[in-house]
Write a protein that binds this ligand. Structure first.
Ligand SMILES: [Zn+2]
Length: 438
């Protein structure tokens, strides 16, 4: 199916090259290609049209309301045909200008290819987990050997007190660190204040930026940032399952500062408002942009709070806000450091599940055995995989790619340089494959 689409794209591109778009031509001139802003507007309209078929596809849109489709859904084949035409026009208009303009051209090309993959999937194409992540997110997660997880699990066996199955001991250990429901909002707000203060010390944000927080239930995710435009976000926190103390700072940084809220606000400020690049006013969830978004949001936790500072902040501010004993902070973060090393077990469970090598129960079993998920969390995660499929790689692989990119530019010791490299990535249209290319 993918190959077939690529051939179709070439045919359409060739046909276009013959026909040529008609804009301000005079006799004898070669046909003039539409400019990037015209192509960008067509891309936005295509993303919005695809959103009529796929409720999760348009994560954010704050461009002109009249660009939203009115009336019946456009057939998927029509959307694909127009996307192929756009690809041809982009290919015929080589990138020119400063570095950001070159990145813009590459980015739009890759976003369009990704859109066509999503159209193919909604039309019935079946891709493997790795084919899908490459085509949608411009990245493939490495395959992890079970022995990697077993080594970490052996260390945890020696660290977690008690006897019985390790997953049960881990759950018992964690349960002592749950944020009481009545303290959730105060704890979360203390975490947001801390993350915002750290971020504002290094980044200049639009003066009117702000967000609101809501607590919700019945979702497959634990937190979500819905970017509203005009430098504002709505952040939702899912309270279906107990929320452990580490989630306060993790969620506040990931969804807020310097994560999704800051990323979206800087893109709006620098690319949409200053340059008029309207393609950034729409955020297609199943696209390469999501690897950068999730990767920067996850790595942003460490940028804002390197481990020693994190522990100090937890002891002095977050544990007291939640009414927990700060004396337990160090042991909790030592265990978390080890459990975080099991995160790629989630990719393996999703890969096996999407590729039909196991069923939902088997995937949940794998999350429990290799990733130390509790049974309810594993079941919630399988529901997430059902809804978002290979999107799972955007979190851990995204974080690792972003971290490697920033450290290559800034080294590891200088905080100001690290923030500078990180904020450069937040404000530019870089692709996942471009993170390792330089
Ligand atoms: Zn996220």
């Amino acid at each position: 199916m993918k190959t077939g689409l690529a051939v179709a794209a070439c045919l359409v591109a060739a046909a276009l090259a013959c026909a040529g778009p008609a804009t301000e031509r005079s006799a004898g001139d070669a046909p003039e290609a539409p400019d990037m802003n015209t192509l960008a507007q067509q891309y936005v309209r295509l993303v919005l049209a695809l959103g009529q078929h796929d409720a999760d596809y348009v994560d954010a849109y704050y461009g002109p309301p009249e660009w939203k489709p009115a009336g019946d859904k456009r057939p998927l084949a029509d959307i694909d045909r127009e996307a192929a035409t756009l690809e041809g026009q982009l290919a015929a208009a080589p990138a020119a200008g400063d570095e950001l303009e070159v990145l813009r051209h590459r980015y739009l090309t890759q976003q369009l290819a990704s859109l066509r993959t999503r159209v193919a999937m909604l039309s019935g194409a079946r891709l493997t987990f790795d084919q899908e992540s490459k085509a949608l997110y411009d990245a493939v997660a490495p395959t992890s050997n079970q022995r990697v997880f077993e080594r970490v699990i052996a260390k945890l066996e020696g660290t977690l007190p008690g006897s019985g199955p390790l997953a049960d001991r881990y759950e018992k250990f964690r349960s002592r660190y749950a944020i009481p429901k009545g303290k959730l909002d105060a704890t979360f707000r203390a975490a947001i204040d801390g993350c915002r203060t750290k971020t504002l010390a290094h980044l200049t944000l639009p003066p009117n930026e702000s967000f609101t927080v809501e607590y919700v239930t019945g979702k497959s995710w634990s937190g979500y940032n819905w970017y509203q435009g005009n430098h504002r976000s709505l952040i939702q926190v899912n309270t279906d399952l107990p929320i452990m103390i580490d989630r306060a700072v993790d969620l506040a940084c990931h969804e807020g500062y310097p994560g999704h809220h800051v990323y979206n606000a800087l893109l709006e400020q620098h690319l949409v408002r200053e340059r008029g690049w309207m393609e950034y006013s729409v955020y297609a969830l199943f696209s390469p942009q999501s690897l950068i978004a999730e990767g920067t949001a996850n790595y942003g936790v460490e940028v804002a709070f390197p481990p020693a500072e994190r522990l100090k902040f937890e002891r002095e501010v977050i544990f007291p806000a939640a009414g927990l004993d700060p004396a337990g902070a160090e042991a909790y973060y030592e265990v978390k450091r080890l459990v975080d090393q099991l995160s790629y077990a989630g990719n393996e469970a999703a890969r096996n599940y999407i590729d039909g090598k196991t069923d939902a129960k088997g995937a949940a079993d794998m999350l429990v055995a290799w990733g130390l998920y509790s049974r309810p969390r594993a079941e919630q995660r399988v529901r997430f995989i059902d809804q978002y499929r290979s999107y799972v790689i955007n979190y851990n692989l995204g974080q690792d790619l972003v971290k490697a990119y920033v450290e290559r530019l800034a080294g590891t010791g200088d905080e100001a340089r690290r923030w500078q490299a990180f904020s450069g990535l937040l404000s530019s249209p870089r692709l996942p494959s471009g993170l390792s290319a330089q």
